[in-house]
Write a protein that binds this ligand. Structure first.
Ligand SMILES: Cc1ncc(COP(=O)(O)O)c(C=O)c1O
Length: 367
């Protein structure tokens, strides 16, 4: 057989595959553990809405049929909820897939794409796959350095990713700063406001990307059903933008981007306001508990606007990560972002949070 790597597109072989963190199944197999807690992927610890589960059950008999490609009912419900037209919304197989669509629709070879460092890793991966050039700009005080990022804008800049709140730090860019930045944005640039954690934000000064959409601005807001709605395993994400931008993105959309079961579940989840409020309550309670425990254990943390907390153990976090793994607890070590003493902890249920602190305290005493 010929060397197939010679047949691969330029740049693909240099890509570091996206590392989503260890799954529960992987760790169970590796360590022979039955009981496991995963606080590693910013999933919703409360779980899905019971109404979403009922909708899934009643859709199962229809799975021999292809799904509705434009997700008509779900798209309509989202548009109504957000006060935009249906033409301004497109859905896909998770926000990951939406980000891929953005890359495929807009990045030409050599185009520059500005993003924070560290931020959500998929931006860089998609940029490289499309032959673009990622321009990473280091965070300042764990927050996007918008001024520094604006200084990197040049004639080849095509996209500008702003993860708000930022993953992995949970920090946000406030309204006024974003407005000032957008007011001076050159017309050849598209800004992607990734608002995957939108519903968790409690800060008043948080800009709602949808309210910033206007005809003279190339702005795309991203939202997902993986977080507050607890449907990460079903994969539903969406973009909201001017209809012309959505029209270009839809040219590269998969023929059937969201499966039937996922469409039905997302529609039901969107309507279950009571469950959404309960998820938020659990997150706030967990956040307050973990802040208190981190202070007691003298662990630095970055105040978060999301469902995860970025901490600094001031010790080798890989060692702590591995010790926690052996005890059936999965977190994300900061080494993946070049922060060797940090980690990102997803806020869990109170039982999960207490179990985590108990194990962590024992490990910190031993290391
Ligand atoms: C900032 C950010 N954007 C997008 C995503 C992906 O969302 P989805 O599950 O809809 O693909 C994540 C997932 O963790 C995320 O943290």
């Amino acid at each position: 057989m010929s060397d197939v790597t010679k047949l691969a597109r330029k740049g693909i072989l240099d890509l570091k595959p996206y590392s989503p963190g260890k799954s529960i199944e992987e760790v169970q197999r590796e360590f022979g553990l039955k009981e496991l807690t995963k606080l590693a992927s910013n999933e919703n610890s409360t779980g899905p809405s019971p109404q979403a589960i009922r909708a899934i059950e009643s859709e199962l008999g229809n799975i021999f049929r292809y799904p509705d490609p434009p997700c008509t009912l779900l798209r309509r419900a989202i548009a109504k909820r957000l006060g935009v037209t249906e033409e301004m919304v497109t859905l896909a197989n998770g926000c990951d897939n939406i980000i891929f669509m953005i890359g495929a629709a807009f990045i030409n070879e050599g185009d520059e794409v500005i993003m924070a460092e560290p931020t959500f890793a998929v931006y860089e991966g998609v940029t490289r796959i499309m032959g673009g050039r990622p321009i990473p700009v280091t965070l300042k005080n764990h927050t996007h350095d918008l001024e520094g990022m604006a200084q990197r804008i040049g004639p080849r800049t095509k996209l500008f990713f702003l993860c708000n709140p930022n993953n992995p730090t949970g920090t946000l860019v406030p309204k006024e700063e974003l407005n000032r930045f957008l007011a001076h944005l050159p017309g050849h640039i598209i800004v992607i406001l990734d608002e995957a954690y939108f519903d968790y934000v409690s800060e008043q000064d948080y800009p709602d990307g949808i309210s910033l959409l206007r005809g003279d601005l190339n702005l795309i807001a991203l939202r997902t059903f993986s977080k507050i709605y607890g449907l990460a395993g079903l994969r539903v994400g969406f973009a909201v933008a001017d209809g012309d931008l959505i029209g270009v993105m839809d040219r590269v959309r998969d023929p059937f981007p969201v499966n039937r079961v996922a469409q039905a579940a997302a529609l039901a989840a969107l309507r279950d306001e009571k469950h959404r409020r309960e998820v938020l309550r659990v997150n706030e309670e967990g956040k307050a508990f973990l802040y208190g425990e981190f202070e007691r254990l003298n662990i630095d943390y970055v105040p978060t606007q999301a469902n995860f907390i970025f901490v600094d153990f001031k010790k080798d976090s890989l060692e702590i990560y591995n010790a926690l793994l052996k005890e059936g607890m999965i977190i994300r070590p900061g080494t993946i972002w070049d922060y060797p003493t940090s980690a990102r902890i997803t806020i869990g249920t109170m039982d999960e949070n207490r179990g985590f602190i108990e194990k962590l305290e024992g490990i910190l005493r031993r290391t």
